[in-house]
Design a protein around this ligand. Sequence first.
Ligand code: ATP
Ligand code: MG
Length: 547
Amino acid sequence: MADDIFKQFKEHSVAEFFKKNRQMLGFSGKVRSMTIIVHEFMTNSLDACEEAGILPEVFVQVEELGEDHYRLTVKDNGPGIPKTHLGKALGQMLAGTKFHRYIQQRGQQGIGAAACTMFSYLTTGQPAKAISCHKGKKLTANISIDFKANKPVVQEIEEVPTEESGLTVISEYKDVRYERSNYGVYEYIRRTALANPHCSITLVEPNNEKTAFPRSVEANPPRPFEIKPHPLGIGTHDLLEFAKHNKESKRISSFLQETFARMSAGKVDELRALLPTMDLNKNPQNMTWEEAEAMVKAFGQLRWVSPAMDSLVPIGKGQVEISFRNIFNPDVLVVTERTPKVYRGGIPFMIEVGIAYGGGIAAAGKKGEVMRFANRVPLLFDSGGCAITETIKTMDWKRYDLREFEDEPVAVLVNLVSVHVPYTSAGKQAISNEEDMMDEIKFALMEASRGIQKYLSGKRRANEIATKRKVVNRYVQQLAGDLSTLSGEKKAEIEKKLLDIIEKKYGEEDEENEGGDEKKGEGPNANENSGSVKKPAEKEEEGDADE
Ligand SMILES: Nc1ncnc2c1ncn2[C@@H]1O[C@H](COP(=O)(O)OP(=O)(O)OP(=O)(O)O)[C@@H](O)[C@H]1O
Ligand SMILES: [Mg+2]
């Protein structure tokens, strides 16, 4: 019996795994699958253009070929992909230029493009057609996947000279559906344009309707730079992997300095003092598990400078305001940008939050709208298990004069920026509940909510004054008549004087209310200035966090 069991023992490739578990890549549900495919191509195009220093121009066309059967064309003006890498880029899982690097990019796994090729092949039996214009050559090839080997199958069609640059992928899918819903391609692209004002995107929908999302900024955002891993962010196994794959350094001491951020010769000396029996002159390839474990423990005992925080590039306060205003034209808008922090000990991240209230949000009938982004990529699905949604749920909105979040005309935008986004799955739609991140999201929400509260309380006071004034005004006629009878003065004059007194009292209060601190920068016109809120001291905020 025991032997029989192991007759079943087999090896599988990662492609076979995802073929069987395509839902883990986000391919579940027809509308969602369609959006996920566009998302994978769009993120690749934007990453490639930005990395090559090109202002992105992306063309997306969806054509309906039959029931739940579509052809998708995505064309960009990026650098294209060299012939040597084209097959692997589009037809091999866990292959690419991003997985091994600590740099703020949209893609990070090396799965997305091949996942689309897989889905296309599985549902239609057709390869994806790639046209790569790279360094003067235009290569056209059909690409599919050998699932057993997780290897690309490439059929080259032609290679001709070109002056163009960029990648076009034309692929067909069944089991998908195009729909203009909150989860559809149109909404995904709209939100992408919102968070990426430097991109020009054109969408042609199956009914041939063409929508241009023009760029509103004529330059790419500053290029985030790559950082080395920070000693506090790695574990024993990571350290051993780095040591085994290191080729340049012949000694552990130089390997440490070359591999990790903030590792100076002085720090190596401090490590030496903490690990007197370890030979730091030996070849890192020979490092043992015990040594790596002791080293990681010693990392934790030293004081380190934080990782380079300017490796992160947020959307930016000004831009979030412009985008929000364009979409919602709210009564009030407050945008908060937190300073960068680290999670898991050494991975930098930062949070930006915008909260908008009333105006166009109310007019559109929207309530409690949440827009999640990670490195400028809209996250439309799996909101339930996402750190952003979870944190929003823990907010005590009543404290900020908002009753139930879901009942208010309020829209919240949260963008997480990081050199590594901790997604909950390969589908990259939800952020895992990292405590450090959730704290930061909460502080940012609280900071922005305070601005909204000031506006709301100002508005409430204005309403109260107006009501009082109305009530008092009601007695003017009667009182003027009575006083006229008693004093013999003219009723009209008494009435005028009474109205003057009321105007003086409530008019002043009204002015105070309007001119008071409460509205500065956060009133109805807040979105005309910076919309900024004074940054309260960290301590004060953290004290507030006990909601
Ligand atoms: N439009 C493109 N232009 C240039 N290079 C591209 C393009 N699309 C993909 N690539 C290259 O192909 C690689 C594989 O893409 P893929 O989407 O599979 O993985 P990724 O973007 O690295 O990570 P993720 O799985 O998170 O999307 C990329 O790392 C990139 O080097
Ligand atoms: Mg990708």
